[in-house]
Design a protein around this ligand. Sequence first.
Ligand code: FAD
Length: 347
Amino acid sequence: PVAHIAVIGAGIAGLACAQALTDAGLAVTLFDKARGPGGRMSSRHRPDAVVDLGAQAFTARDPAFIAALDTWRHAGCAAGWPDSAWRAGPGGWQRIHDGRERFCGAPRMSAITRYLADQVEQAGAALHPATRIRAIDGAPGALRLQSEQGDIFGPYTQVVIAVPPPQAEPLVQPWDNVLGERCRHLAQRACWAGWAIFDAPLPTPQGVDANWQQAHAEHPALRLVSRNQRKPGRDRQPESVTLLAHSDWSEAHLEDAPAQVADVLLDALATLFSGQPLPALVEHGAHRWRYSQPADGGAFRPENGFIIGAAGLALCGDSLRGGRVEDAWLSGHRLGQRLGQGLTGCD
Ligand code: FAD
């Protein structure tokens, strides 16, 4: 029988894995609980603007990831950004640059994962959105997935779980204690992501370029301000900022109402402009990422960045490597290559 692989989670790790598997000629079916692919690279569409809610920009170090990024840039779904980054604190604003080039999706962060989803679908993979997998049953070599809605999918030769470890743990625990134990030790930090749309540009602090793109805030709640209308392909939208909170603050305020968090982050933004008023607000809100980026995974992180466990289950995702977009892509890509070699006998 032909090998058929299920991938749970259509974030960049699950999509990279699916792409490597379809490249190896294998049949793949992807599932995601959200309405579309993207996971932590998703963007929110509002009537006046699109705001990126998760990753704002990413770096590229590994040659395989740089090659993938070149393909995305060529296809027009990724571009360089930002080149005007600042540190904003009580002592004023200072330009910062660590020498690393950064990139983002164009015209929104989710354009990259949308592109990858289209690629794998064109290669024959099926994608089931709005399908939360709540259990795995069947037998090794013929695994079945049960969705929250009660549907049964499968059988599958192999199941790849490309979701944050705390969400993977209940799926793997009944099959594989060792994998379950590992998931319990790979904790994730929380992050509140606020956003605000204004009817006019924010004030320009003294000595700062009016087109500033990103500000690292020295504030107890607010960590990062990103101007979405300064991202590639979005220059026609009004002032629309993403406001990321610190993990410590987010965890201390995890159960607060989104509207309350949105107000705190907006007040924090106002403190960065030395008393100059913010323009009129059109709309604001906040999204809670319960599992935003991994805490230090330490010894529980595998050396190769993915885990192939017993019973036909495998794990990938950013937490198994490091916590960045590049880590997530590499984890999924390398797992897909490895499974492709094992299941087709080719390398
Ligand atoms: P995810 O994107 O989380 O994908 C997992 C998918 O699984 C999700 O789509 C989810 O809906 C789905 N899922 C979960 N459970 C189930 C289930 N039971 N059934 C079906 N589907 C399920 N990275 C950087 O490189 N630079 C940054 O500056 C940066 N900043 C960040 C800021 C924030 C606020 C956040 C949240 C993340 C940031 N990151 C950053 C990290 C980056 O976004 C992630 O490393 C990467 O997107 C993770 O991809 P992934 O595929 O591993 O996981």
